[in-house]
Write a protein that binds this ligand. Sequence first.
Ligand SMILES: [Mg+2]
Length: 181
Amino acid sequence: MSEANGYRLNSKEVAEATDQWLAKRGVTKGQIGQLVMLLQKDYFPELTLDECIANVERVISKREVQNAILTGIQLDMLAEEGKLLPPLQAMIQNDEGLYGCDEVLALSIVNVYGSIGFTNFGYVDKFKPGILKKLNDKNGKDCHTFLDDIVGAIAAAASSRIAHRKQAEREAALEAIQAEE
Ligand SMILES: [Mg+2]
């Protein structure tokens, strides 16, 4: 259907654009990794920041996550440029609390790794630690209405991924011990 008009999806291009735009909008994987660390360190004391960042990278490597990131950043930028239609322009520019589509878009990221991500997403959305505080500082110029939720959602999804994998590791280790007995 789409190939008839010359369009063809280039996954590598989408992945590269995602990395570039996150960086251009002032978000590093290290900062998202720190959010993951905050969410998971009480459950897994041996967890390292490198491990958190590696999990963030795996989340960002998913196509549906990249799509959400690019869409959200684009809407933030259009709002900064005053290019959205009223009244949407004012709602996104002012991060209207009753708007809610920013959270809904971000939930498509949380969904990727199952329901335990919801709790973590709610937590970072409420307390806005680290990079999220910076993104939420209203300086009258930058608009991060979508990006703050997206970053929180990536951290929440990476936390879910860690929780699922660590549980699997624990069970595998337990099975190995039991097999030796
Ligand atoms: Mg928001």
